[in-house]
Every structure is written in C-alpha cells, then in structure tokens.
Design a protein around this ligand. Structure first.
Ligand code: G4P
Length: 533
C-alpha cells in the first residue's frame, strides 16, 4: 500500500457520519448545537437556529424558504471532537418533511434518535426509524428534557421496544425528573453524574461525579430517590438486555442515554459513548459486491440528494453525495457511471455550522455538494476506479399525499410535461399515470405536503406554467413486487386505483389500510412493498 493510501485510511477511520432524527420539538436542534459547542465549531450554543433567524442562514437559497422561515432541505454539519471528524446529517421535520428526509438516512452510518422524555415515541420518529431498521444501521437514543416532568423510565424504554421493535440498553439511568431531577447514574462506572444547570447550557461546564457507594451521595440525592434508584437498577440489571456491541452494530440493540440538551446535561457523556460505540464508514453494496473503504484506494461516491436553484440567477443545481471510499480533491475528474462519461466535480462545498464553505479535500464518510449541470440523478455512482462498479440504488419511498395536477393554460402542455418530468427526475416529487391512459392525467405523490407548494412554485417560476392541484383521498401506495401478475385481473376495493410510476412500474393507491388487506386477501400471491428498489 502506498503512503497516500495509508493516510487516506487514517482519515476515513476518523470519520463518524450520522443522521439525527426526532419528532419536531423533541430537541434535535438544541442537541446539535451542544455537539457543536463541544466540537468548538461554535463559541456559544444558539447559532444553529436562533429560531427564525439562523435557520435561514443554514439554507436561504429558495424564496419559499424565506417566505415561510423554514428549511426545505436537510443540511450537513461537520466538526471535530476528540480526534474524530464528525458529520451530522440533519433531517427536516414538520411540514418540510419530504423524501429527502428519508434519503438522508441512506447516506448515514448510524442514527441518533432524540425523544422527548414527557412524550415517548412519536409519529415522525416511527417513520424515520423504519428506514433505519431497513438498513440495519446502529441507532442511539437520547431521551431529552429530563429537567421537565418525564414519563416513568421503564415506561419510556417499553415504549421504544414496543413501538419500534428494537431492544434497548440504558447506558445511564435518570434520578428523578423535572424539579426533582438530580442527574444520571452511570451503569458502568457506578457513579452518579450530578445535574447542574450550567448557565442554560451555554458553557461546557464540568460534571460532578460521585460514586453511588460513597457517603457523600446522601447530600445530593434524597433517601427515597436513592432507594428507588437502587430498586430500578436491580430490576434493570436482572431483566433488561445487556450491552452487546455486536447487536448495537447490527441495529438490533439501541443504547439509551438520558439528559437535558437545553441545560447541556448528559450531552458530552452521550457524545463520548456514542463515538466509541458507532462505526467509521462501512463497506457499501455494489453490483460487484461490497466495496470496503479500507481496501478501495480509489474515490467513489453516490448521489443522495439534488437541490435545485440554489442561486436563482444561475439556475444551478447542487448534487449532494456521500463519499464511500478514497479521497476527493476539488476539480477532480471522475467517471459518472450512469451518464457513461467523465465529469469534473467543481465548486465542491460543505456545510460548516451555519455557513456553506468551499472545500479542497474530503474523504470517505464525508458529504459534499457539487455543482450539477443537470446530469446527475438520485442514486448515481461516481468513481475514479477502473472497475466501474455501481452502488446499490436509493429506494423510492412511499408518498403519503396525492393530488391530480393540471396546467391552467392548456396551450402550455409541452412546458408543463417537461417541467414536471424534470422535477420528478430530481426526486422532489413522484409522478404517476393511470394505467392504459396517455399523459392526460398526471397524479403527483409527495411524502410531505410542502412539496406540493414547491412544485407549484417551481413550475411557475422556472417553467412559466401555472397549475391546479386537486387533492386525492389516497394515503397509501404499494408497488407490486411480482410483476408477472395480470393487472387487468387484479381485483381490489372500489376505491383502489391502479397506476404506474415514471419507470413504468405498476402500483396501487389505497385510501386506507383496510383496503390493502382486502386486496391482499382477494389476490392470493400478490406481493406489495412500501420501498421500490
Ligand atoms: P427540534 O429541533 O427537535 O424541533 O427541537 P428544538 O431543539 O428546537 O427544541 C424545541 C423546544 O424544546 C425549544 O423550546 C427548546 O429550547 C426546548 N428544549 C430542547 N431541549 C430541552 C431540554 O433539555 N429541556 C427543556 N426544558 N427544553 C428543551 P422553544 O420554546 O420552542 O424554543 P426556544 O424559544 O427556547 O428556542
């Protein structure tokens, strides 16, 4: 191995690339801010999102974002801590939830799930979690807001196990909550980390640790809390899952941590454990078998997100890619497999805290955005290797909202078809057609309703086409896996609709889950899926 390769290996080994997921308001942004605080990327927590202002700073590229004060696309933050180079992939929530949120998870090596201690697992977490389990990536849980009244600890753990179907292993255990929150007990060191509200979490602050066995503990924790803690720990030690790194790595056991991001309590403990339990970039599947970054010296990457019109004057697009192996250098020539030709990757950028900056170098595990003259698609592979392997594609995720779309001015049919097809190819929306009809009726499907507005806005501004959207009652979509099935003979419920996607794959739209079950019952052997590969 050449010297350069060893250097590249060292760089890749330092990488930790994870997605942070949560239901809106659980504290994802606050926790991210505190991570950056430890990494020294920001001096004072509060600059990731000073609510209305800084959120704009993260990606103020599109008018619609400015108007609404929300971020439409997910961002990537990089910072260093303890010798690691950490990439955090933020996943947008609320109404800005979209397919990009799911796709982001395809670029991560692990996920951190933030849960509000007073609420337990919430709807959005459940959806994102499904994608993580599909990929078998390690999942770490941070139970936040312990400085507020929390649910019972066992109840919270049961909730995760029942709702998400993953075993849990608490690394620490909370003592009280809300006004009575005293800190956490570290199950490994058998010491209590005392809670203190360090100036509302704007400084790093030392954490005081007292062994549970010491006399001093009584000065801080009440007798009844101490008795309760001992009972709970005994119960957990006896009945709960033991820590098992192998199960964690396979995504079958989630290490759980308790804390309060706002007051900066439990954050550094979490970060330290997390970094030692998670992995550096792992091999990825390709059509030529698995590509291991420790063995593949050449650069390779796949596109997981395309962001259009970051600069309206130039109508440019940025393709975000996850580097899987090797070293990236600005302006380098790589082979674009799907396009069948060499391309130069120019204007590479990375997100650093809330700014976008140009970069010269990046390594396996990193996420970069490059200028896209309109040639890349989601899932494309780029490499300098002569082996020309293709990374496994990114699945198409099931939209949950559907509308019939028509252009207002019927004379503009051509622009309309061109525009809607281009936007669909970028992956911003999905379009469907009824079976056995021409392009007359187009149905658009989205994961988050904001995508409808984005579609309308972009068609008007970029293609000069005004459209009308009529909402349809469908909420569930399933691709038909066994393509030998005769669609004409398939019998479903009366409100079911047969359509095909851009690639001509047949699928079914349903109004409710009951219809799906009925259709399955009526058509023996029918195989349906929520993720189309
Ligand atoms: P999100 O990104 O997951 O949507 O959540 P975010 O961090 O924005 O946090 C949502 C709200 O919860 C914020 O309050 C935040 O200050 C608060 N919060 C986060 N972590 C904790 C915690 O550990 N304890 C307590 N008590 N609160 C926490 P907000 O009033 O909506 O916003 P702000 O005006 O405080 O910024």
């Amino acid at each position: 191995m050449s010297e350069t390769t060893n250097e590249i290996k060292e760089q890749i080994k330092k990488r930790r690339t994870f997605a942070i997921i949560s239901h809106p308001d659980a504290g994802k942004t606050t926790l991210t801010e505190k991570f950056l605080l430890y990494g020294g990327a920001i001096n004072l927590a509060g600059s990731v999102k000073g609510k209305a202002t800084a959120r704009h700073a993260v990606s103020d590229w599109m008018e619609i974002e400015k108007e609404r004060g929300i971020s439409v696309t997910s961002s990537v933050l990089q910072f260093g801590y303890g010798g690691y180079c950490i990439n955090i992939l933020d996943t947008p929530g609320h109404q800005d939830f979209s397919e990009d949120t799911y796709r982001t998870l395809m670029a991560a090596d692990s996920a951190v799930m933030v849960i509000d201690a007073s609420k337990g697992v919430e709807a959005q977490t459940r959806k994102l979690f499904k994608v993580c389990t599909m990929r078998n990536i390690p999942i770490f849980t941070f139970i936040n807001k312990m400085d507020r009244e929390a649910l019972d600890t066992f109840e919270l753990l049961d909730d995760i196990e029942n709702e998400l179907g993953i075993a849990t292993c608490p690394v620490n255990w909370p003592i009280g909550s809300g006004k009575e929150f005293k800190g956490v007990y570290d199950r490994e060191t058998k010491a209590v980390e005392l809670f203190s509200d360090t100036q509302k979490g704007t400084t790093q602050g030392e954490v005081r640790k007292i062994p549970l066995a010491s006399q001093e503990i009584a000065e801080w924790v009440t007798d009844s809390q101490l008795t309760q803690l001992k009972e709970e720990i005994e119960l957990q030690d006896g009945a709960g899952a033991q820590f098992d790194q192998e199960l964690v790595s396979k995504g079958e056991l989630s290490p759980v941590f308790f804390g309060s991001a706002l007051t900066n309590f439990g954050v550094e403990t979490f970060l330290r454990h997390f970094l030692s339990m998670t992995t550096s970039p792992l091999p990825r599947s390709s059509d030529q078998g698995s590509i291991d970054p420790m063995e593949e010296p050449d650069f390779s990457a796949f596109v997981f997100k395309i962001q259009a019109n970051m600069n309206k004057a130039h109508r440019d697009r940025i393709a975000f890619m996850r580097i899987c192996s090797g070293e990236f250098e600005a302006g380098m020539d790589v082979y674009h497999i799907q396009g069948g030709k060499k391309v130069r990757l120019s204007q590479p950028q990375q997100m650093m805290a809330s700014e976008r900056k140009m970069i010269d170098k990046a390594y396996g595990g990193d996420i970069i955005g490059v200028f896209d003259p309109g040639i890349f698609s989601i899932g494309d592979t780029l490499t300098t290797s002569s082996k020309r392997y293709v990374y496994e594609g990114i699945p198409t995720f099931a939209p949950e909202h559907f509308a019939r779309v028509r252009q207002v001015d019927t004379m503009k049919r051509k622009q309309f078809i061109k525009g809607i097809n281009q936007i669909a190819q970028e992956g911003a929306i999905q379009i469907f057609q009824e079976f056995n009809t021409g392009m007359e009726e187009i149905i658009v499907g989205v994961v988050g309703v904001l995508q409808f507005d984005v579609l309308k806005y972009r068609l008007e501004n970029e293609y000069n086409v005004e459209i009308r959207l009529d909402n349809l009652p469908y909420e569930y979509i399933r691709w038909i896996e066994n393509t030998e099935i005769d669609l004409d003979k398939l019998t479903g419920t009366s409100d079911m609709k047969k359509v095909k996607d851009l690639k001509g794959r047949p699928l079914l739209l349903f109004v409710n889950e009951w219809s799906i079950r009925m259709t399955m019952d009526r058509n023996k052997g029918l195989s349906l899926t929520e993720f189309a590969r």
